[in-house]
Design a protein around this ligand. Structure first.
Ligand SMILES: [Zn+2]
Length: 280
């Protein structure tokens, strides 16, 4: 346990980069070998747009990281946060901390992005991808990356998370999100088994269906339990899914970086901003 804490206390940026690139490569290879959907697309061209948005996310997180470090130092020294209410063994502290980080800085902000209209304008960029694969994981508009960062900082304050916990959580988050966006055909029994605790590809894909009510289900990032607890869990046959957002199905609009960047600032008339309902 101590070695995990030691490692993540001082994890070099180069290791974090290696994990991100390594994860992307591994899932890319697996989804090329055993894909769920045989997309008629140019994988590298599709990846270029998503990797651009992954890079903007990295730049934003990196340039503001000092805020996270300072906040974490402050809450730990002053013992502010939920983790200090009761004394617990270090392994319980680690598990509870990572779970609460996932709840606040991933599940809750994601749920909020689907409820608040101006936030949805930014988040829908993530949903405009019509070919979900592992590169879709970090397709976030820079505006969204900023408010996700704000909620990560907020989570650190509420929980009282030390920096090693934040790094551990972020590492798990990167790998899990690459995993659950991967266009991989996994044995159903394996998906079902992992899905009891974690967000698997079969679970997360449903969130990328182009119409409600499925877009507003399965918000989870690492743990699937939050959707089960808050009643937003859904399971449907993945072969029926259509990826995208029905308000933005024009392929010219969703493949060009410049056009995508402007999506949140476009004028929308009434219902044109939100999707139709359609039960599968
Ligand atoms: Zn979403």
């Amino acid at each position: 346990m101590d070695s995990i804490i030691d490692y993540f206390s001082t994890i070099p940026s180069s290791h974090r980069t290696l994990i991100l690139v390594g994860g992307l490569t591994v899932f890319w290879l697996i989804e090329s070998a055993v894909p769920l959907f045989r997309f008629d697309y140019r994988k590298w061209k599709h990846a270029k747009v998503n990797i651009f948005f992954t890079l903007t996310t990295i730049v934003i997180n990196f340039s503001m990281a000092f805020i996270l470090v300072k906040t974490s130092e402050y809450v730990v020294v002053n013992k502010i946060g939920l983790l200090y209410i009761i004394d617990m063994p270090i392994w319980v502290f680690l598990i509870v901390g990572v779970m609460l980080m996932d709840l606040i800085s991933a599940w809750f902000i994601h749920w909020l992005e689907h409820q608040v209209r101006w936030m949805w304008r930014f988040h829908l960029v993530h949903h405009t991808d019509q070919h979900i694969d592992t590169t879709s994981a970090n397709r976030h508009h820079p505006g969204e990356s900023v408010f996700r960062f704000v909620f990560t900082t907020l989570a650190v304050i509420i929980i009282g998370a030390p920096m090693w916990m934040v790094f551990l959580y972020q590492t798990m988050s990167v790998v899990l999100t690459q995993f659950n966006h991967a266009n991989v055909m996994m044995p159903k029994w394996l998906d079902n088994m992992l899905g009891v605790v974690f967000c698997t590809p079969d679970i997360h894909r449903i969130h990328h269906h182009y119409r409600l009510p499925y877009t507003n289900t399965n918000y989870g990032n690492i743990f699937s339990i939050w959707d089960r607890i808050f009643g937003t869990y859904a399971m449907v046959d993945n072969s029926k899914l259509v990826y995208g957002v029905d308000t933005h199905m024009d392929s010219n609009e969703v493949h060009d970086i410049g056009t995508i960047l402007k999506i949140p600032f476009k004028k929308y008339r009434g219902s044109l901003i939100y999707e139709q309902e359609e039960k599968l």
